[in-house]
Ligand binder design. Structure first.
Ligand SMILES: Cc1ncc(COP(=O)(O)O)c(C=O)c1O
Length: 437
């Protein structure tokens, strides 16, 4: 008997083909992938030119130990430095996924502090609502209750600041004092642990699926970074979901005008054509670690030539077809339609986000912002019903703020796909309203 995945879940579909923004099942159903997988695919599925590049590289340079240079690695570094990375982030460390890349970022931050004679500066602050990956350390330090279950006794504990959450700010929804409230919390947490003990803050500039595209109050990140700088604490930006154009900016730190000391990207870096991620840092950090004689160890499959070739090819397609430039207008159109058709829906607490990363928070009581009971598994029901209607909607939430739907389609969608997403979500929410509320 086939048991897939390890713990079989409700979705139970066999996808036999993916093309453009659509998935095709064994039974012949066509499903719009409104999430680009796990908000991974930016350029659309089934691009032969990327496959050709992968094939050529697999034949020419099957496996090369990560520290050696290869033409594929060189081409990717050039592409990243010339066209994508902020100019101060010149050093590139490659791995195979977001969790690994975040682990590398944390290791670099701690090694950097040690290399300056500050080995006691080893706390990594994270945020109360966040997701940074599935390794033990990332599971421990992320603010994602559901993904820690059954391991709590073993995991490192998270030392967190509050995730700015305008809708659910303790002062009141969208309170004018929200920015200062959350900045005060950052300052208080720094004094609680002592700046002399803190290496870095690891944060998603915009929450991914844990919170569903939560943006902080205007001006928060700029001031937060000033506070970090004045306390000699590094800023690590986890742009695994937001990088490479997802929110309408190359990286969403650009949206706030902040300069992370270390930045992490994954997912869209090769649009799912290969498993590759990057940890990008300054010369100063890399040189300090190197001069101290420390090692930033590589993973065996890091920077596989075929993955680097796939990534370069994907990033060049994004540029050639000006796909990132399409994200903001597409996102505005999608959000406007969602707000006009579903903004008043009794189950919709908020429709938020920018570009093609949109979160929809679903509640039982809109007035009081009361969520459905966790046992009702409303997000799962929404996703299943969406699939029945022909659209894959991405489930979000952490177990605490559990009913969140994310939309993160490829950048190649058009009006037809936007209408299909909005209409399907409307149908699904009406179904939930009638059946479960
Ligand atoms: C913001 C963020 N960081 C890290 C990760 C972990 O990446 P991966 O699943 O590739 O290890 C994810 C995955 O969803 C993510 O959204």
């Amino acid at each position: 008997m086939i048991k897939w995945p390890y713990l079989p879940q409700d979705l139970g579909l066999e996808i036999v083909k993916s093309k453009g923004a659509y998935l095709y099942t064994k039974e012949g159903f066509k499903i719009l992938d409104a999430a680009g997988g796990a908000v991974v695919n930016n350029i659309g599925y089934g691009r032969e030119e990327v496959a050709e590049v992968i094939k050529a590289s697999a034949i020419k340079n099957t496996y090369v130990l990560p520290p050696f240079l290869t033409p594929e690695r060189e081409e990717l570094m050039d592409e990243l430095r010339e066209h994508w990375l902020p100019t101060h982030l010149t050093r590139i460390h490659l791995s195979s996924g977001g969790s690994e890349a975040n682990e590398s970022a944390v290791k670099m931050a701690i090694q950097y502090q040690a290399s300056r004679g500050k080995s006691e500066k080893n706390i990594i602050l994270t945020r109360s609502l966040s997701y940074h990956g599935t390794t033990l350390n990332m599971s421990g330090i992320s603010g994602h209750a559901a993904r820690k279950r059954g391991m709590e006794s073993y995991l490192p504990s998270a030392k967190t600041i509050e995730t700015p959450y305008p809708l659910r700010c303790p002062l009141g929804s969208f309170h004018p004092g929200a920015k200062d409230y959350y900045l005060d919390n950052l300052k208080a947490v720094i004094s609680q642990y002592g700046a002399e003990n803190i290496a870095a803050l690891l944060m998603e500039p915009v929450n991914g699926s844990s919170g569903g595209a939560i943006y902080p109050p205007e001006g928060y990140w700029k001031e937060a970074q000033e506070i970090l700088i004045s306390n000699d604490i590094l800023l690590i930006a986890d742009e695994v979901m937001t990088g490479f154009g997802r929110t309408g900016f190359k990286f969403s730190c650009d949206d706030y005008g902040i300069k992370p000391d270390i930045m992490v990207a994954g997912k869209g870096m090769a649009s799912g054509y290969a498993a590759i991620s990057g940890t990008y840092s300054t010369d100063e950090i890399a040189e300090s670690i190197m001069n101290a004689g420390y090692l930033v160890m590589f993973h065996t499959f890091a920077a596989l030539p075929l993955s680097c070739a796939a990534s370069s090819s994907v990033l060049k397609i994004l540029r050639k077809e000006k796909l990132c430039e399409k994200v903001a207008p597409l996102g505005n159109n999608l959000k406007q339609k969602l707000v006009s058709k579903l903004g008043q829906h009794p189950l919709v607490a908020e429709i938020r986000g920018k570009g093609l990363l949109i979160g929809i928070e679903i509640v039982k009581d809109k007035e009081k912002l009361i969520s459905f009971d966790e046992q009702e598994r409303i997000t799962d029901k929404i996703v299943s019903k969406g699939l029945e209607e022909g659209v894959f909607l991405y489930p979000g939430g952490t177990g605490e703020y559990r009913d969140i739907i994310c939309l993160g389609p490829p950048y190649i969608i058009g009006d037809k796909e936007i209408d299909l997403m909005v209409d399907t979500l409307g149908k699904v929410l009406n179904h939930i309203q009638v059946k479960y509320n």
